[in-house]
Design a protein around this ligand. Sequence first.
Ligand code: ADP
Length: 511
Amino acid sequence: MVKKVVIANRGEIAVRIIRSCREMGIVSVALFSDADRMSKHVMLADEAYYIGPAPSSESYLKIDKIIETALACGADAVHPGYGFLSENTEFARKCEAAGITFIGPRAETIERMGDKISARRSMIEAGVPVVPGIERKLESVEEAARVCREIGFPVILKAASGGGGKGMRLIRCESDVEEAYTTARSEALSSFGDETVYIEKYIEEPHHIEFQILGDKYGNVIHLYDRECSIQRRHQKVVEESPSPFITPELRQKMGQTAVAAAKAVDYVGAGTIEFLVDKDYNYYFLEMNTRLQVEHPVTEEVLGLDLVKEQIYIASGEPLHLKQSDIVQRRHSIECRVCAEDADNNFMPSPGLINQVTEPNGLGVRVDSYVYEGYEIPIYYDPMVAKLIVWATTREYAIERMRAALDEYKITGIKTNISYLNAIMHTPDFVRGGYDTAFLEKNDEIISRYRKENQPGDTDEGLVEDMTMIAALVNWVMLEEGTIGTPIPQPTGTLNRWREFGKRKGMTGI
Ligand code: ADP
């Protein structure tokens, strides 16, 4: 069993991994950049080491520095989380070469599945249905135009090394080919250092439905069922749920078996995700494989009552899977909302900065995977996601009700967040009905805006209201202290500190 794990990441996922390590009696080691000295993962870990300046290219992506730190502190494993180096073949190889266990699949698997063209080839060989398209690199605009005609418009041009929805262009007619080809290639080069692009048929209004799988070092593979991830903005997931409200029980079983076959075809070891697109007629196609933990993994955990990080650590330590396929039963419904420091009224511009107040929701079936706290300054350098709000309930209907209530309770002031936008999604009739597709946010834009206007004050107003409440609470407390009203009631120190801090920030003296 691994004994000491370096977490080569930051934010909520670093906190998430540290928590599982602690439960397992494994020593956790945080790494931090200049911008993260005050981050929660640094405070929570058993040990923490500085690795460089704020830009991730100078810290969280510095392979040699991270390995050097892991060796120096005597760690025997590295958990890469998601993003950063989690799908970097060189990192996985160098960890193994240094005698450090990389908590993830083998480097060859990352390489094979990380390139979307070679992943498509592997899946076709394994008999897995893939989105119609080509399995080679496009060499010229002329070739792109020819392939588009062969496949038939609309098509989608994609970067072979793509991720995060970047390097993708929808082409609806021949006159769009040249511009799409040029811009997709340059975006791919600047984002991934690889300008290789290829073409797939564009599936109209598809559902993004993915299957979580687990494979051990002895060839055993199981799937942990599905996650519906069709609520997307610019091809990036915003809300996820499990089970999918769209697929039938029969299709679910069939897709699960395909996911296992896909993972077995590449001798998959660890936790991974097979992403599918499902069309209106319930045909499903392999989209890509993510060879790491997903942002949305908690919905699977909540439905099944499992800890995926623990499973990853057991597998990496060489243990055989302790669960059989027949042990995996979807007992509950779970929804996740990605809470981001973004201005929903201003094209979702990132809104980093100082957090004045955080009130996280709580109660039965409510989980917050977060890393921010009052007085914390969100750095400008990294992803704007500050927390994931996850709920579970016995039915989808109850899960939606619980999510609405939890979002109502969630208050973050000082920065702009998308909380009211997420709440509007939860009240949109198409979402409540289920069966929505990846065009949901576009189709419901007006309904969402109207709902927000009618039911939720803007973030600025909300901030003001929070401030007013805090001032009233502070005045009340000062009066209690002075004996102006009643007898002082002993207050929890945390609360007093918060008021004092608040008062100081607002320039109040004598507190
Ligand atoms: P990335 O790796 O950048 O996340 P994916 O290949 O996973 O890219 O696709 C992300 C999203 O883009 C999908 O969930 C879907 O909404 C859309 N998409 C990708 N390929 C297609 C396609 N062939 N047809 C329709 N939509 C697609």
